[in-house]
Design a binder for this molecule. Structure first.
Ligand code: GAL
Length: 677
């Protein structure tokens, strides 16, 4: 298991761009030390400089770099260079270039655009990876392998990929007849009579397209495993990772997660944009929690910008304080590193105006460099936090395959389906209360520790999921689920008997039909008892018309032909309870509902109540201590009142007994003995 001995602080160092600048390395090392950096990710896009001509290698510059890093006690996260291939290779071996959905083979351009199936590309990758591993196996700088860069859904439609897809289908279904049944191909006369007729180009056959996405994800994973093989053989003790991205890139990261030694990911929130910073902070927190949850262990923040990006319509530099705050946010949610893209700003190419620790000015006296240094100094002081973990009472199911199926589904209301956004809306309520949340997949099996599981819009139920949800509630768990749940099985076939499919008994309801609303339509609900203080909570977009079959009615609709029918139900099932939110509700309702539920279930919250808007409290726990990260994502100072008699400031060791203020975009880290809430 990978466990770093100290917090890692560093950046992508694309030194291959600076080989003609003899003084750069010396200056960079000096600056790295000044910024308290202890790791650099190197070689990510360096294939053309390592193998300028087929079979002729130039490792000299990399040797020098590795040596200088080691001499200065800076570790190397050494990348395999498969994310960008050399031009000679694209020219000599056209089959390695991706073919798009219109059958066009891509020219040699951009990056991340190889065919994941091509045996030639796999062989070339194996060769360079083997050489790197053999050369640096005992090098003192080598700390970790960074396999490729941000694998995505390659979506290559070349003949090799199509053939591999058909073989994948044969393995999954056994016969063409089973495929035809699973995909409901009698629709629009799509029945296949030969495997060669199957092409992933038909958005009307949902089962086909869903399986294509699964295949591509599996194929990219297979490519990664092939990349990793020589590294593991030659350097069995060097941990391996590959940097993940936001989850909706078309890879099922849950299957990748068990094949890396540590999860690492690249986080680029759009601070100071149209979305208020505190909302964006809650969304970012969700993604940090997701990356922690993939392995239920701390992760690495492999990339973040130290200042600004350059690939958005408008990218604003982080305001003073935000860099330190955003970096600590990652740590608060379980990161054991803070790393950047990139160390030195490029002179040319598409990223020459992307932020970097060392800008074109080349100086230490920049705001960015100073804030990066402040992060380095903080991480050095946070050593005791390193072995701590985040413990969650609550899990939110955010299922990537469900997202793919929902995106494809043609529903009565297609506008604003917003699956991910709804998961974020539920999550925000916990973030704002300082309740730790895990983000899990629907077929996650370690659910017994959660007091509450929230499953918004779980439209597609993979095999076994209904069973575990029933088992979980039966044993005393609480489940909250919503409209558009339990609609299709894993082949995207609708459950006979209607929604919520195999969850009917658990929820004690059945859904007759769904009203969908335009934005100008009005619908509200009324609670059947006074559990929540608000009234007439508004409904948006979707409203299931449901019948109770044993569930208690918690709220009813107030308007239209279905006024008086259930809008929220709760069903006692075994020792637990299962809620069905039949309609889409806004933040006002969710805040009241989850505030009430958190109290009822006694969810562990951090030590402050209520937290001012935009401030969250995230807890990392170890044997005897708890570290509470109080983070203020509003630009204004906010006052915090403790719920406990005293706490200790983890940085200054000062004892705090009174209310205190956190500056705008500021933070405070408190320490408590474990056992004190
Ligand atoms: C990442 C990528 C980096 C760099 C960065 C810019 O997605 O891995 O190589 O392009 O974006 O924000």
């Amino acid at each position: 298991m990978f466990e770093p001995k100290f917090f890692w602080h560093g950046a992508d160092y694309n030194f291959e761009q600076w080989l003609d600048y003899p003084n750069v390395l010396t200056r960079d090392i000096e600056l790295m030390k000044a910024a308290r950096c202890n790791v650099m990710s190197i070689g990510i896009f360096s294939w053309a400089m390592l193998e300028p001509v087929e079979g002729e290698y130039e490792f000299g510059w990399m040797d020098g770099l590795m040596d200088r890093l080691a001499e200065n006690e800076i570790g190397a996260i050494l990348a395999t260079p498969s994310a960008a291939k050399p031009a000679w290779m694209s020219q000599s071996y056209p089959e390695i270039r991706l073919v798009d959905e219109y059958g066009r083979r891509h020219p040699h351009h951009l990056r991340h655009n190889h065919c994941p199936t091509s045996p030639i590309y796999r062989q070339k990758v194996r060769q360079i990876n083997t050489l790197l591993a053999e050369r640096y196996r005992d090098h003192p700088a080598l700390m970790m392998w960074h396999v490729s860069n941000e694998y995505g859904n390659q979506n290559c439609r070349c003949e090799l990929c199509l053939q591999a897809f058909r073989e994948w289908l044969q393995m999954r279904y056994g016969s063409l007849d089973a495929v035809n049944k699973a995909w409901w191909t009698a629709f629009w006369s799509h029945r296949y009579t030969d495997w060669s007729q199957i092409e992933p180009v038909d958005p009307s056959v949902h089962g086909l397209m869903l399986d294509w996405m699964r295949f591509v994800s599996d194929q990219v994973l297979d490519f990664y495993l092939a990349e990793k093989e020589p590294l593991q053989e030659i350097t069995p003790n060097v941990p391996v990772t590959t940097n993940f991205m936001w989850p909706n890139v078309g890879l099922d990261y849950w299957t990748f997660a068990s094949h890396v030694d540590v999860i690492s990911w690249d986080s680029y929130p759009r601070w100071h944009s149209e979305i208020e910073d505190w909302r964006l902070a809650a969304d970012t927190a969700f993604f940090h929690d997701l990356h922690r949850s993939y392995q239920q262990r701390p992760f690495l923040l492999m990339e973040s910008t130290p200042s600004v990006t350059n690939w958005q319509g408008v990218s604003r530099p982080k305001r003073p304080g935000m860099h330190v705050l955003a970096s600590l946010q990652a740590v608060a949610h379980g990161a054991n590193s803070v790393q950047y893209f990139q160390w030195r700003q490029s002179r040319g190419g598409a990223e020459k105006f992307h932020g970097a620790v060392v800008s074109h000015a080349g100086r230490e006296q920049t705001r960015t460099f100073q804030e990066v240094t402040a992060v380095g100094e903080l991480l050095a002081r946070l050593g005791p936090v390193l072995e701590s973990v985040n413990q969650a009472d609550v899990a939110i199911i955010y299922d990537l395959q469900n997202e793919w199926a929902l995106d494809m589904a043609q529903l009565p209301r297609n506008k604003d389906k917003n699956y991910q956004e709804r998961c974020l809306a539920h999550y925000r309520q916990f973030w704002q209360q300082g309740v730790t949340v895990d983000i899990i997949n629907s077929n996650f099996t370690e659910f017994s520790n959660y007091k509450l599981v929230v499953a918004p819009m779980l439209y597609l139920l993979q095999e076994g999921v209904a069973e575990w949800l029933c088992e979980y509630v039966q044993a005393g768990g609480t489940l909250v689920t919503t409209y558009l749940t339990g609609v299709v099985n894993q082949s995207d076939l609708v459950f006979m008997g209607g929604s919520p499919g195999p969850l009917k008994d658990l929820l004690g309801i059945w859904v007759e039909e769904t009203d969908v609303l335009f934005d100008h339509h009005q619908q509200t609900i009324q609670l059947t008892n006074k559990t929540l203080s608000g009234a007439n909570y508004p409904v948006k977009h979707y409203a299931d018309i449901v019948h109770s079959q044993g569930a208690e009615v918690f709220a009813v609709y107030e308007q239209d032909f279905y006024a008086g029918s259930p809008a929220i139900t709760v069903n006692q099932f075994g020792k637990g309870r299962a809620y069905y939110l039949a309609a889409r509700y806004d933040d006002g309702f969710l805040t009241d509902f989850y505030g009430w539920l958190a109290k009822m279930l006694g969810l562990k919250t951090a030590i402050v109540h209520p937290l001012p808007r935009g401030v969250t409290a995230q807890v990392r726990t170890k044997d005897t201590e708890k570290f509470i990260f109080l983070l203020n994502f509003e630009p204004i100072p906010q006052t915090i009142k403790l719920d406990v008699p005293a706490a200790v400031d983890a940085l200054s060791e000062q004892v705090i007994t009174d209310a205190f203020t956190i500056a705008g975009y500021g933070f405070r880290i408190l320490k408590l003995a474990r056992g004190i809430v």
